[in-house]
Design a protein around this ligand. Sequence first.
Ligand SMILES: [Zn+2]
Length: 251
Amino acid sequence: MKTYHAIQELEATGIVTAGITRRHGGVSRVPYASMNLAKHVGDDPNAVATNREIFFKQSRLTALHYCQQIHSTRVIDVDHTASATLKQHPEADALISAQTGVALGIFTADCVPIFILDVATPAIGIAHAGWRGTFAQIAVNTLTQMQTRFGTLPTNCEVHLGPSIQKCCYTVSPELLNQFTERFGSTIRKGTNLSLQTANTIQLTEMGLPVASISVSPFCTACRTDLFYSHRAEAGQTGRMLSYIQLTTKN
Ligand SMILES: [Zn+2]
């Protein structure tokens, strides 16, 4: 069973491998069944290790860099880090690189995985954006770090917002909804629900990224627990998907 969903919008450029794992095809037991790739959620570490082996074999990725996620806006530059098979970086919620052959990964189960590809340089970034990261503008911070380190221009970027909880299911408190509306305008809300995808799209377009360069996954994780993990729909007891992006080796 194929354990991941490729991001066609980015892979079509021919310079990256990008995707998100799904919940089936691994060995974890309920409530993590079965392709949980995160060690921090209470799953059997041996099952997670086996799942990671299955994923590496299928995806053919050789080096994966990820970080200990804390709902911050901190970005780690792994551009000059030696490519170990698996490397966990300290506390942060985004990674950037211009190296080929190094995959950047983040774990989610409702939060928005934000994939950034600077087609011109080329360079990549990936960010974990729940409501905290979205409100604190981690997408902007990640793109700004790419500008500083690699000279990335927003007009040269393709962005994908991966499978995550959407406005059909993401009910939040009136206070939080008001904060988001004040900052991002009323298009981020639908009744009592919040669209993290719209809030992230708005902050990226404010930086000069063309709206046509942002693609959004059709999958809501809370609607589609048959395919993905959802922290909200599964009352906090569930696994995590891995979102990854890697610049492919030049031929
Ligand atoms: Zn939904």
